[in-house]
Design a protein around this ligand. Structure first.
Ligand code: SF4
Length: 357
C-alpha cells in the first residue's frame, strides 16, 4: 500500500459521526461547534464529496477536516433493473462484504428498502437472505450511505420520500446503529430531512427491542407475522420459539402508537401452510385487540424452496374473511420479483400511508 493510501485509510469516515460527536471534536480542535452543522449540511443536503468545496468554512478548517476525515460513498458493485422499474443496487463495503438496497418506484414517489445487517441470523425459511446466515451488523454510516448515495443518483423527476428497513437483516438486532441512522435520516436541520412518518422498521418479532423503539423513535412499525398458530410460526420463523405469537401480539398491543397510526402486520401467504379459512378466522381473532392493518403478500417462489404461492382465488378468499370482519387488508404484490430484490418477500409495495389510519 502506498503511503498516501495508508494515510487515507487511517482517516475516519465522517458519516459515522453524529452531530454532537463532530461538534465536540471540532471544539477540541479550537473550532466553534456550530461549524458542525455547516459541515453536515454540505454532506447531507448538498451531497459534498470533499471538504474542499465547503466554501463557507475557512481554508484552515477545511484542511483540518481533510487531514482527519474522509467523506465516503459506498462502492456500487452491481445494479439490476426489474421489469416493474425497481432497481436493486449491490453495494460493496470496506471489508469486502456486499449488501442490497432496493429502490421501488411508486405512483409519485420512490420508496427505498435498505439493509441493516450483512446476512441475517433469524433464519426465516421463506427468505433468501437467511440462506447465507448472519455475517455482521451494518454501521450507522453504512445504513445512512445507502440513502444518501441513492438520493444523489436520482434526477428530480420523482422524490425519494419513504424509507423501509426491510432489506437484508433484522433491524432490531442492530438496535443502536439503526436508531443512530434514523436520527440522521430524520434530522430536519442538518440531516437527510425525511419525515419519521415516512420511515418504517420491519421486524420479525424481536420483542426485546420493540418497547425501546416506541420510546426512542416515532417511526412506523411493521411486524412480520405470517402464521396464526405457534406450530406453524415455529416452523416458518425460528424466532417464534423464543417469542411466541401471544407474546409478540401483546408487545404490539402495548406499543406506544401515536393517534391515528396503526401497526402494519405483514402476512406472507403460502399455499397449504397458512392460507386456509381457519387461518383467516384465527387472524381476525388475534388482531382484534391491536390497532393494525394487514399486508397480504403472496409468496414469491424461488429455487431451493418448496413453498408454493396460493391461487389467486385463495388469496382473495383470505382477504375477504378479514374484510368481512372489518379489518383493513391489502394484497401487496412484491416489486422486483424478477431480480429477487432483497429478501424478495417483505418489501411489498409500501404505500406512502404505510401505517396511517
Ligand atoms: S425475513 Fe427478514 S428477519 Fe427473516 S431471515 Fe429474512 S431478512 Fe431476516
Amino acid at each position: 500500500m502506498s503511503r498516501k493510501m495508508a494515510i487515507e485509510s487511517e482517516k475516519k469516515n465522517i458519516i459515522e459521526l453524529s452531530r454532537n460527536q463532530l461538534a465536540s471534536w471540532l471544539s477540541d480542535q479550537g473550532v466553534k461547534c456550530y461549524r458542525a452543522g455547516q459541515v453536515l449540511n454540505w454532506i447531507y443536503l448538498r451531497q459534498a464529496d470533499t471538504f474542499e468545496v465547503m466554501s463557507d468554512l475557512s481554508k484552515d478548517i477545511r484542511n483540518l477536516l481533510s487531514r482527519h476525515f474522509t467523506i465516503q460513498r459506498l462502492k456500487k458493485t452491481g445494479l439490476e433493473i426489474s421489469l416493474d422499474g425497481s432497481r436493486k443496487y449491490l453495494f460493496g463495503l470496506e471489508d469486502g462484504n456486499v449488501v442490497e438496497t432496493v429502490l421501488i418506484p411508486e405512483k409519485n414517489h420512490y420508496t427505498l428498502c435498505i439493509s441493516s445487517q450483512v446476512g441475517c441470523a433469524q433464519g426465516c425459511v421463506f427468505c433468501l437472505s437467511a440462506r447465507g446466515g448472519f455475517i455482521r451488523n451494518l454501521t450507522k454510516g453504512e445504513m445512512v450511505s445507502q440513502v444518501r448515495d441513492i438520493k444523489n443518483d436520482l434526477d428530480r423527476s420523482m422524490p425519494l420520500t419513504n424509507i423501509v428497513f426491510m432489506g437484508m437483516g433484522e433491524p432490531l438486532a442492530n438496535y443502536k446503529n439503526v436508531v443512530s441512522a434514523i436520527e440522521v435520516l430524520t434530522d430536519s436541520e442538518f440531516g437527510l430531512q425525511f419525515s419519521s412518518r415516512r420511515l418504517t422498521i420491519s421486524t420479525s418479532g424481536l420483542i426485546s427491542g420493540l418497547s425501546d423503539l416506541g420510546r426512542d423513535t416515532q417511526v412506523n412499525l411493521a411486524v412480520s407475522l405470517n402464521a396464526t398458530e405457534n406450530k406453524t410460526r415455529d416452523m416458518l420463523m425460528p424466532i417464534n420459539r423464543k417469542y411466541p405469537i401471544e407474546q409478540l401480539l401483546e408487545a404490539c398491543r402495548r406499543y406506544p402508537l401515536k393517534p391515528r397510526l396503526r401497526i402494519t402486520i405483514e402476512y406472507i401467504l403460502i399455499s397449504g401452510i397458512n392460507d386456509t379459512s381457519d387461518d383467516g378466522k384465527r387472524l381476525v381473532k388475534l388482531l382484534r385487540p391491536i390497532q393494525s392493518k394487514i399486508n397480504l403478500i403472496p409468496f414469491n417462489e424461488f429455487e431451493g424452496c418448496d413453498f408454493k404461492r396460493p391461487e389467486e382465488k385463495a388469496i382473495h378468499n383470505f382477504q375477504k374473511i378479514l374484510h368481512d370482519n372489518n379489518l383493513t387488508a391489502v394484497i401487496r404484490y412484491s416489486k422486483g420479483r424478477d431480480i429477487s430484490a432483497a429478501c424478495g418477500q417483505l418489501h411489498a409495495n409500501f404505500k406512502r400511508s404505510a401505517s396511517l389510519g
